[in-house]
Design a protein around this ligand. Structure first.
Ligand code: NCD
Length: 318
């Protein structure tokens, strides 16, 4: 296994062989999760704290489940109810938590860069569970694992990422990962939602779904992130669905065996037709959720190994 990171802050920091190490170990954790007895002792004795400053269903649940299956003591901090509401800064909260000796800190925050900043103030491993529009590394890793298991590889594929790219940390982390693994990435959406600078990252940009989906292996849909929009990015949801919502007619332009993905939560009838989302022959949306637990287990396991190795000399001196 090659994985030399102290934190998992973004895909940007990972080398291709580190990405492969996470995916290989995650494959083993998929097997663990499918057994009757789902326990391992990879994180036994360690304390995992989940700090979510933004709402989350699947990301928080899968980090919690992964930690418990690996034997960690897991605590969920309810950040809505915390001292943050009383005006405490992010750093003060982090320092307070740090004094309780956590080993793994999982953080989601609405501001890009907040998780990096926090990682510089604490002495445990920090995992970014999504920071603003910046990165969501475990989502890109679970998407890569889902693709690798469906297509047999995570190289040399044509992958379309469609919709609200501008507000999406999922899209950003995926573009970085898929580029590192030498895939061809197309971004499809209205010009208001697909920033031109992605062309500098080697992406092909389309504003027409039928053209952009032609012969792709993977169709990745994104949620319209209304909470991050402060103006008129789209004329109306109806119009948006008509032009960019994934339905059977548009999907017919992709390869016949193309898979359909969505990170969730989905807006059915806005970016995706409910029937396509539920079509077990095309959609791998449920697999993505399953892979989420395995990838988070693998990431925490690898970080914990590095944490223990870094601490080992201190222990030896005592
Ligand atoms: C994504 C997120 O929070 O960035 N969701 C997730 O982690 N499953 C995408 C989204 O909110 O649309």
């Amino acid at each position: 296994m090659t994985f030399t990171q102290k934190h998992l802050l973004g895909i940007e920091q990972l080398r291709p062989e580190e990405i492969t190490s996470v995916l290989d170990l995650a494959d083993e954790y998929v097997d663990l999760s499918r057994r009757d007895v789902k326990h391992s002792d990879a994180l036994t004795g360690l304390t995992q704290v989940n700090m979510f400053f933004e709402n989350s269903t699947r990301t928080q649940a899968s980090f919690e489940l992964a930690g418990k299956r690996l034997g960690a003591d897991v605590m969920n901090m309810s950040m809505q109810a915390s001292s943050i509401k009383k005006g405490e800064t992010l750093i003060d909260t982090a320092m307070t938590l740090n004094a309780m000796h956590p080993d793994l800190l999982v953080v989601r925050h609405p501001h890009s860069g907040a998780v990096d900043l926090l990682s510089q103030k604490v002495n445990c491993a920090v995992l970014n569970a999504g920071d603003g529009r910046h990165e969501h590394p475990t989502q890109a890793l679970l998407d890569a694992l889902t693709i690798r298991r469906a297509k047999g590889r995570i190289q040399r594929l044509n992958i379309a990422i469609c919709g609200d790219v501008a507000h999406s940390r999922v899209a950003r982390s995926n573009v970085i990962l898929l580029n590192k693994m030498e895939n061809r990435v197309r971004l499809i959406g209205p010009p208001t939602l697909v920033p031109g600078h992605f062309a500098d990252m080697g992406c092909e940009i389309y504003d027409d779904m039928e053209e952009g989906l032609k012969d792709v292996d993977v169709v990745m849909m994104l949620r319209l992130q209304k909470e991050r929009m402060d103006g008129g990015f789209i004329p109306s949801e109806r119009e948006y669905y008509h032009r960019y919502g994934l339905d059977a007619d548009k999907l017919a332009h992709a390869k016949p065996d193309a898979i359909v993905m969505h990170p969730g939560p989905m807006n059915r009838g806005v970016e995706i037709d409910g029937e396509i989302a539920d079509d077990i022959n095309r959609s791998v949306i449920q697999e993505q959720v399953e892979m989420g637990v395995a990838v988070r287990a693998a990431a925490m396991d690898l970080l914990a190994r590095n944490l223990r190795a870094a601490r080992a000399p201190e222990t030896a001196e005592v």
